[in-house]
Design a protein around this ligand. Structure first.
Ligand SMILES: NC(=O)c1ccc[n+]([C@@H]2O[C@H](COP(=O)([O-])OP(=O)(O)OC[C@H]3O[C@@H](n4cnc5c(N)ncnc54)[C@H](OP(=O)(O)O)[C@@H]3O)[C@@H](O)[C@H]2O)c1
Length: 347
């Protein structure tokens, strides 16, 4: 083990500023801001960067780290990197962490390597635990609804994973309102309540409002973790004057340059002005907006460097909006064609 790795001692004041919200009707509290390892945790990023991002998060009271079987590249490598960080940095702190993983998207070849069968979910959970070197995850998700597998089977697999001691809680991701109601009812009957739903949600992607999902989660007492609250970086000051080097939009991956139309940038510029008036960065306002009126339990950000985590965590310093501010934001916060997960929620 390198000397640097051994030297990490978490900040002693790490629980002094972060806000922890109750996750639906459960007894679990999640930090208002959580960290996801979808991008920047594969082989294309130096390990030190990954380590520094996770350390910064934990130092700021971010106790929840979100993974999935396929995060990388290559698929699986983000879980391996996080497993390494658990060993070198967070050893002794497992009980202070909420670690989640998911299965649903393509992971290995053949008919058992994706979607929602019991065969796939069970094997994938076992593989994730092995890659991270842990006995259980705190939350295990069905990553997407599978139209070809009975929902009873997918939810039954989640229930059996909990009963086998491999997960404490279960969740679903990108299920629409109707499917969510069905999944929640099945899980309730099985005795393993649905803890949380993970939908995409931000000022440029408001589908959970029009679909009714946001209301459904409230009614059902299910918590929520909004992913891509910054629209993959579009809701920061980063793209206001062009596309900077090394930004996600240059990587040819999930943030397509075509998303950054003149109209979108013009709206983002107006949102940036509103954020300035609130004495916060646009990233901070975007996170605060997602969390407004307690409708969402936690905002699930990504980061390519520790300073971004710090900036985002600062959102908790101003979470309140006046009704005038919200009205003004609504003028520019229009759903754009950037929801890469619409196919799953349309199923
Ligand atoms: N369930 C699902 O199907 C699903 C799908 C997608 C994501 N997720 C989860 O959601 C997590 C977050 O997704 P995301 O990474 O797209 O979220 P995001 O927070 O919307 O975007 C993160 C990106 O924004 C930029 N950024 C972050 N903070 C910044 C700041 N303060 N100032 C300027 N730029 C900033 C960085 O981009 P640069 O690289 O350009 O610096 C960063 O990589 C994932 O890691 C994953 O856990 C789940």
């Amino acid at each position: 083990m390198k000397e640097r790795d051994m030297a990490y001692v978490p900040a002693s004041n790490r629980y002094e500023t972060m806000i922890y919200n109750k996750c639906g009707n459960s007894g679990l509290k999640l930090p208002a801001i959580s960290l996801g390892l979808w991008h920047n945790f594969g082989h294309d990023t130096p390990h030190k960067t990954k380590q520094d991002i996770c350390r910064k998060a934990f130092d700021l009271g971010i106790t929840h780290f979100d993974l999935a079987n396929n995060y990388g590249p290559p698929a699986g490598s983000a879980e391996e990197a996080f497993g390494e960080i658990l060993r070198t940095d967070f050893a002794g702190y497992r009980d202070e962490l909420i670690i989640s993983s998911k299965a649903g998207y393509p992971m290995w070849p053949g008919p058992y390597g994706e979607w929602g069968s019991k065969k796939y979910l069970t094997a994938s959970c076992d593989q994730s635990l092995k890659r991270m070197g842990i006995d259980y995850v705190d939350i295990f998700y069905s990553h997407r609804y599978d139209p070809d597998t009975p929902l009873e089977e997918t939810m039954g697999a989640l229930d059996s994973i909990v009963r086998a001691g491999k997960a404490l809680y279960v969740g679903i991701s990108s299920y629409n309102s109707e499917r969510t109601k069905q999944a929640v009812a099945i899980l309730k009957d099985l005795g393993t309540p649905c803890l949380i739903h993970q939908p995409s949600y931000n000022m440029l992607n408001r589908w959970i409002e029009t679909d009714g999902l946001k209301e459904t989660l409230k009614e059902e007492g299910v918590g929520s973790i909004a992913f891509t609250p910054l629209a993959q970086g579009m809701l920061t000051s980063k793209y206001l004057n062009g596309i900077p080097e090394n930004s996600r939009a240059t990587q040819g991956k999930t943030l397509k340059e075509s998303f950054l139309t003149q109209e979108v940038i013009s709206n983002v510029k107006s949102l940036n002005e509103i954020a300035k008036g609130r004495d916060q960065t646009l990233a901070q306002m975007a996170i605060a907006w997602v969390l407004r009126d307690g409708g969402i339990t936690t905002a699930l950000i990504g980061a390519s460097k520790p300073s971004q985590v710090e900036d985002c965590a600062g959102a908790i310093n101003n979470l309140d909006f006046t009704s005038e501010e919200l009205k003004e934001i609504d003028k520019y916060a229009k759903s754009e064609a950037i929801n890469l997960w619409a196919r799953s929620s349309d199923a």
